[in-house]
Design a protein around this ligand. Structure first.
Ligand code: MG
Length: 324
């Protein structure tokens, strides 16, 4: 690739070759459902996962191994994992809060796990009942144990772009944590906008700071929330900054019980639509992912917050529906 072409990729994030690709990491079975008041049957979760695979999603966060009494919605974690429709090329990820969670994930045969902590002290304490220092210390051990078992580890950093309790979060703090988690052995660092308060300039600045600290772009991912309609603009800013993995949740389901006002993950349908429309291959079939979202919407018995309607995936209906 020429210097000019490289500069174009770096500055604009636009594809050079015909089919550059990005990855969509699907969080609906875990992050999407964990805030739902009504417990979703295991059958429905397994069916949702099957539909996501059929749509072409390669990375799916299927559950969380938190203590069942913390999040009753995910009390069936081991059963979901036992019933996973294993498919070549598809990675199933389990969220693990601690060593016990890691053991349960390994017992279930998972090879991909995710840890989580917050960039802000107060959110970390509300979410994990521990200080950041205590959490980081415990996570170092968990990540080292996971790597000793050859697992792939992604480490979420929540509240990177703002905290519901503290407001602004310093980029330096996020960068320091990202470096510490990376040094502990985490393969992927997930910069997360837990309450959807970030803006595209912040995304650019945080990504620049973290990469300047030595973490390469291919080891970063973005997890954005659409509380204020900024998930997609922020994702495009991330794409332009060189990020190639984005978290999505079909229908846009999922908030955070410890982040008041946080509404909706970035909807996978919206994410796939926008990325594909500007020339990136997500490997995900638009119609099939919309169907997965429609399935979940029917099971939850409500409209989900995604922007892209099933109707919009059928151009004929869309054209007919617009009179002016
Ligand atoms: Mg989320």
């Amino acid at each position: 690739m020429t210097d000019l072409a490289l500069a174009r990729v770096k500055m604009v994030g636009m594809p050079i070759n015909s089919t550059p690709s990005v990855s969509v990491y699907e969080v609906s079975p875990r992050d999407g459902l964990q805030n739902e008041a009504v417990v979703v049957p295991t059958d429905v979760k397994v069916e949702l996962i099957s539909r996501l695979i059929a749509a072409g999603v390669k990375d799916i966060e299927v559950t969380s191994f938190v203590r069942p009494s913390w999040i009753p919605q995910l009390a069936d974690a081991s059963e979901v994992v036992a019933r996973l429709p294993h498919t070549d090329g598809v990675n199933f990820w389990g969220l693990i809060p601690n060593r016990r969670g890691l053991d349960r994930a390994i017992d279930g045969g998972l090879t991909h796990v995710a840890t989580f902590m917050s960039a802000s002290e107060t959110h970390n304490q509300k979410n994990l009942n521990r200080t950041q220092r205590e959490t980081l210390s415990a996570q170092r051990e968990v990540i080292e144990s996971a790597k000793a078992e050859d697992l792939v580890v992604r480490a979420y950093i929540s509240t990177v772009f703002g905290c519901p309790y503290e407001g602004a979060v310093s980029i330096e703090r996020t960068t320091q944590l990202a470096k510490q988690l990376s040094d502990a052995g985490a393969d992927i660092i997930v910069l997360s906008d837990t309450i959807g308060t970030g803006n595209p300039n912040q995304v650019t600045e945080v990504v620049r700071s973290v990469t300047e600290a030595g973490i390469p772009l291919e080891r970063l991912a973005l997890h954005m929330h659409d509380t204020r309609g900024t998930a997609i603009p922020n994702i495009v800013a991330g794409l332009q900054a060189g990020i190639r993995t984005f978290d999505g949740s079909v229908g846009g389901v999922g908030g955070c019980p410890y982040a008041p006002g946080a509404a909706g993950n970035a909807a996978s349908e919206d994410l796939v639509h926008v990325l594909e429309s500007i020339g990136w291959d997500t490997g995900v079939d638009m119609s099939a992912i919309a169907d997965a979202g429609a399935f979940l919407s029917a099971e939850l018995k409500r409209e989900l917050p995604k922007r892209l309607n099933r109707y919009h995936t059928e151009s004929r209906s869309f054209v007919e529906s617009c009179s002016a």
